[in-house]
Design a protein around this ligand. Structure first.
Ligand code: SAM
Length: 240
């Protein structure tokens, strides 16, 4: 079976696999109140880069979850190597293994679109405490995509569809969140023009070459280049 985009990210251990990378994450975190009592969930943590950054730079509690076994292995070895006390779980955003009102801030960086996002949003709402903050960076289309454009995006990413900004806002509100605001807004091309710093950690080149995995990452680059004006991302901030 051909690997999915997530498999390829996991295989090569792609860090900061969300638009804006760790540089954007740092800026977003600076704008939140984070104390020793704050409980943060990194939902869909991938290789654990964001979680590790938070633990090293803030005095708070960090919990991370992802469903991909290779991502979990990578995050676990990162936390162990860096001796970080982070609670790591393998599980799905669609059915979170946490009690109601468990977190003050939830970061979800380029994850919802790969899930049944309505289910995931409702779970994130459940585990976030009242007045807690959701920060979601998600792929967003600049306009409604044609069926053909949606098909091409779905084939590369294995997703149901790419939502417009208004569709994301509607679905976040429908899950029960309030005060939804768009904090950052870029098409792929406008993002590249404002290029943030390159992620210094890059990816893991110690794994054996794998043509299928490489092809998947190439497909990703090609479609983003082809659709650079009609696809981009937004950071949505919402209150529980
Ligand atoms: C594009 S990567 C982003 C990873 C990380 N947030 C980052 O910015 O580097 C998407 C991540 O979401 C995870 N993921 C996808 N669907 C998921 C689900 N239903 N539950 C938990 N994690 C999921 C994948 O395993 C992958 O690690």
């Amino acid at each position: 079976m051909k690997p999915t985009y997530q498999d390829a990210l996991a295989y090569y251990g792609v860090n900061g696999a969300h638009p804006g990378g760790l540089a954007l994450t740092k800026t977003l975190l600076e704008q939140e109140l984070i104390t020793a009592a704050t409980k943060i969930l990194d939902a869909g943590c991938g290789t654990g880069q964001t979680s590790a950054y938070i633990k090293k730079n803030y005095p708070c509690h960090v919990t991370s979850i992802d469903y991909h076994p290779t991502m979990i292995k990578r995050a676990m070895s990162r936390f162990k190597k860096e001796q970080l006390s982070i609670s790591l779980f393998q599980g799905s955003l669609e059915k979170l293994p946490f009690a109601d009102n468990s977190f003050d801030i939830i970061l979800v960086e380029s994850v919802l679109i790969f899930t049944n996002w309505k289910k995931s949003l409702s779970e994130l709402k459940r585990v976030l405490r009242p007045n807690g903050v959701l920060l979601a960076s998600e792929m967003t289309s600049e306009r409604k995509l044609s069926p053909n454009e949606q098909y091409n995006m779905s084939s590369v990413y294995g997703i149901e569809k790419v939502l417009t900004e208004q569709e994301w806002i509607n679905d976040i509100q429908e899950a029960g969140f309030t005060s939804v605001e768009v904090k950052v807004s870029h098409s792929v091309f406008s993002h590249l023009l404002n290029a943030p710093e390159i992620d210094e950690e890059g990816l893991d080149l110690n794994v054996p070459g794998n043509a299928d995995m490489e092809n998947k990452l190439m497909e990703h680059s090609h479609i983003l280049y082809a659709y650079g004006n009609i696809v981009g991302y937004r950071v949505y901030r919402a209150i529980c």
